[in-house]
Design a binder for this molecule. Structure first.
Ligand code: B12
Length: 338
């Protein structure tokens, strides 16, 4: 896409996000539109790009969670303001429902995609964050779209994505999958049986017409291993976390002096490790687990937590999961990554 928003404007916008200057940010976006900058570029070059920078600043511990939330809220307001300028195409190219999978609260990426679809002449129903499977299916029956676009930003929600994809296909609706949670080039979405996979919102909006109607595949999807190791890991998540905390306590006496907040954050990290292990087993890709471990180390380092703690947790999980060969392989790969 051509760069029509100059660097200086994008930096100025970042400062507005930093100051949580809501009316000014909305105003600024509207001025860009008035200057002739296409709405799609405001959505993608300004909002999406700044949101990625928000994520970087949070990950590097330069911005607090509160600052991230305030900036995200501003971006949502800007998207809403841009959306009011989009006129429905007459006639529309067809109906598409856009939804985040169950347990997925990253609605902004899905909303951006939904607005890009509208700009390309589609009639869109945006169903927002975390749509429970059964409710989604009954909605699809009444709305009768050409396709369901499912958005997933977290690989840990892939098991839910799989259930959504299967349920929509059983209802006769083709599924287009996208979002960072489906991995590079959406490769995990293919394994979960999505009819179409896209990473680029604009390309997806342009090519959707040629893709439809896709014939939904019948489940079960042959691309998954099917030994249920992922299910076992998620079922035993609590005992994995307990064993990780026990071994951490033995190896790091400092844990006993952790504040309530630090203890809670540690418990959450241990839970994430179990969730990512389960997701990587579902799609049978150890790289998902190792790249998560790499990411976790960056987060922990910026918060001065020793990386050796992660190795102790992986060792504890290996001890618990001695009977699960794939889980052991993924955990060993994770330890090598450290
Ligand atoms: C804002 C944000 C949140 C907000 C979301 C608010 C909202 N209304 O969306 C809140 C606070 C809820 C949140 C929560 C969490 N978050 Co968060 N979050 C982010 C952040 C900063 C921005 C997300 C975003 O909007 N990105 C911008 C858009 C533009 O991203 P995008 O994926 O490129 O979207 C485009 C494409 O993917 C595509 N697309 C999207 N959907 C679809 C669908 C289809 C069909 C198609 C074709 C295309 C398509 O179109 C979009 C436009 O181009 C990211 C950082 C980042 N770099 O993304 C972290 C991030 C995604 N979050 C992260 C984490 C860890 C979490 C939490 C687990 C934190 C916690 N400890 O609780 C929770 C999980 C909540 C849950 N269960 O969903 C991690 C994920 C790490 C990982 N390895 O997966 C990230 C990457 C942060 C980081 N740098 O580490 N988060």
């Amino acid at each position: 896409m051509s760069q029509t928003i100059p660097e200086a404007d994008r930096e100025h916008y970042m400062r507005l996000l930093e100051d949580a200057a809501e009316p000014e940010a909305v105003d600024f976006a509207q001025k860009l539109l008035a200057r002739g900058v296409p709405a799609q570029e405001v959505l993608l070059q300004l909002v999406a790009a700044s949101q990625a920078e928000v994520g970087r600043r949070w990950a590097e511990n330069r911005w607090s969670v509160a600052q991230e939330h305030a900036a995200t809220h501003l971006n949502e307001q800007v998207v809403a303001a841009v959306a009011t300028t989009i006129r429905p195409a007459q006639p529309s190219r067809g109906r598409i429902a856009v939804a985040c999978v169950d347990g997925e609260w990253h609605s902004l990426p899905a909303r951006l995609f939904a607005e890009v679809l509208r700009l390309h002449g589609w009639e869109v129903r945006f169903l927002g964050a975390s749509v429970p499977g059964p409710h989604l299916v009954s909605y699809l029956h009444s709305y009768d779209p050409l396709a369901l676009a499912v958005s997933c930003s977290l690989p840990t929600r892939l098991a839910a994505a799989k259930r959504t994809i299967e349920a929509a296909q059983e209802a006769g609706v083709a599924v287009l999958a996208g979002g960072a949670g489906f991995g590079e080039n959406g490769r995990w979405a293919r394994r979960l049986g999505a009819d179409r996979v896209a990473t680029d919102a604009v390309q997806a909006a342009q090519e959707l017409a040629a893709w439809l109607p896709a014939t939904p595949r019948s489940s079960p999807h042959p691309l998954l291993v099917g030994d249920d190791e992922d299910v076992m890991v998620s079922k035993h998540k609590q005992s994995l976390v307990d064993s990780g905390m026990r071994l951490l306590g033995e190896r790091f006496p400092a844990l006993a002096r952790y504040s309530g907040h630090q203890r809670q954050a540690t418990l959450e990290d241990l839970g994430h490790i179990a969730d990512f292990l389960s997701a990587s087993l579902l799609v049978d890709d150890a790289e998902m687990f190792t790249s998560f471990i790499g990411w976790l180390c960056i987060i922990l380092e910026s918060r001065r937590v020793p990386i050796s703690t992660v190795d102790v947790v992986l060792e504890a999980y290996q001890r618990e999961l001695y009977d699960y060969p794939r889980a052991l392989r993924h955990l060993s790969a994770g330890r090598r990554q450290l």
